[in-house]
Ligand binder design. Structure first.
Ligand SMILES: *Cc1c(COP(=O)(O)O)cnc(C)c1O
Length: 438
């Protein structure tokens, strides 16, 4: 089967028009926002014990529908998933000198929220199939100081959540799910976000369901939920009004992590539309995986039998040797085809400057607990998580074209682009290498 000449060799590009900007907002969002505007109440939180401690009408409605949607007892909205992670870690009583095991292949906030509590992020490597925490490496990173594990359901696929929950329970630790990228995904029969003791969703503009900025923490545990609510809304004030204080919360200080009624209105419409906003992502991803199947050197995303992936990102792997082009050469050729890819995701986050020994030594203030130079379990050096580094440097290729508003034709263009480049890989390689590129 011939698919035509690659654009980088002078052929016609597989895609000739730019991708349209993402806009998932519709009439339901507009209607609910206008209702809030007409009511005149843009936020109904008050930092005092009483009916307004937990927010206004729409905030409460959003939380009720989140509970119903994901089958949990408690959902607490916050103004971002970053705030939500901070609250969840505090609810798990993470504090000075504690260690929290996290993957390094994630958005920065998974780690900084640990540092915010003067605790130490300890990085465990990832599984090269799922890109999520490798349970065996988590076990190797456990120490007597370990207090919690944060599993990230990366790119919309579930981490090994049940194995991690069993491990956490056996060791008396908390499992927190960073489910920012995974609303609607499943680990077996369970929604991601609900297997851990606490789960954190993002409603940031770039996520599958969004309200600009926002987040939701879910839990089945009333005590954990209470702590998250105290963190969200100046809990120290409310504690002063309560007849007694949970001894573990005596030092608790709260923040202003409250969601406005306007944002809650958008989020409410979006959570009602979660299936609609997710289904097509899966259809497109399945078409991509089918199209890439059988191309030597490319591995489509892995989904374990019985799990559900929601493809916040479509992440596949290249074996440069087998494919016959380097990852950078593939990307250059796909750029010429007009189809979107990016490579590597993020650097393993322990390589960010904030983790450098010299920085930590200078800045006593930032996270007194962040650096235990004598502690063998803590390494922020290159080489600390080799699988993550390999994915970042060599193997991972991403595309974000699995969207609610794109379709089969867009997926097929992508497949055609890759097939053309693969078929003509020798000529593509000669052309790119002749120009001194690699
Ligand atoms: C987006 C994201 C966050 C942060 O979400 P915000 O709502 O922007 O604070 C945290 N973790 C992961 C994995 C994310 O993708």
């Amino acid at each position: 089967m011939s698919t035509g000449m690659p654009a980088i060799l002078g052929g016609t590009p597989a895609r000739t028009k730019p991708y349209p900007p993402v806009n998932t907002l519709g009439p339901e969002e507009r209607r609910l926002v206008l209702d809030v505007l007409d009511s005149g109440v843009l936020s109904d939180f008050v930092a005092h014990d009483g009916p307004s401690f937990n927010g206004g009408r729409v905030v409460k409605q959003l939380e009720a529908e989140f509970c119903a949607r994901f089958g949990v007892e408690h959902a607490i909205s916050v103004n971002s998933a970053t705030s939500g992670l901070h609250c969840a870690l505090a609810a798990a009583l993470v504090g000075l000198g504690d260690e929290v095991i996290i993957p390094p292949y994630t958005m920065s906030a998974t780690a900084t929220t640990v540092a915010c509590l003067n605790a130490t992020p300890v990085f465990a490597d990832i599984d090269p199939k799922t890109f999520c925490l490798d349970v065996e490496d988590v076990k190797r990173k456990l120490t007597p100081r370990t207090k919690a594990i944060v599993a990230v359901n990366l790119f919309g696929g579930p981490a090994a959540l049940h194995a991690l929950r069993a491990l956490a329970d056996a060791k008396g630790l908390s499992l927190i799910e960073d489910n920012a990228q995974g609303p609607g995904a499943k680990a077996g029969v369970d929604w991601t976000g609900t297997v851990g003791h606490l789960g954190v969703f993002s409603l940031n503009f770039h996520k599958t369901i969004q309200c600009g900025e926002g987040g939701v923490v879910v839990t089945r545990d009333a005590r954990l939920a209470d702590r998250v609510r105290l963190m969200r809304n100046h809990g120290e004030v409310v504690q002063a009004q309560r007849p007694s204080i949970d001894p573990e919360l005596e030092g608790l200080l709260g923040y202003n992590y409250r969601l406005t009624e306007l944002q809650a209105a958008v989020a409410l419409a979006q959570v009602r539309r979660l299936d609609e906003l997710t289904e097509n992502r899966i259809v497109m991803a399945d078409a991509l995986s089918k199209g890439l199947a059988g191309i030597d050197g490319l591995t489509p995303p892995y989904v374990a039998a019985g799990d559900k992936h929601v493809y916040y990102m479509y992440a596949f792997k290249i074996d440069e040797q087998k494919f016959g082009l380097s990852r950078a050469e593939l990307k250059a050729a796909l750029d010429a085809e007009g189809v979107f890819t990016s490579v590597g995701y993020v650097v393993p986050i322990y390589l960010y400057p904030m983790y450098r020994k010299s920085v930590a030594a200078k800045r006593r203030g930032f996270g007194a607990g962040i650096w235990h130079p004598s502690d063998a379990s803590v390494s922020y050096e290159k080489g600390a998580c080799p699988v993550t580094e390999r994915m970042h440097e060599k193997e991972l290729v991403l595309t974000n074209i699995c969207r609610a508003d794109l379709g089969h034709a867009d997926a097929m263009e992508f497949v055609t682009a890759i097939r053309k480049v693969f078929e003509h890989r020798a000529a593509v390689r000669d052309k790119l290498r002749a120009h001194g590129g690699r």
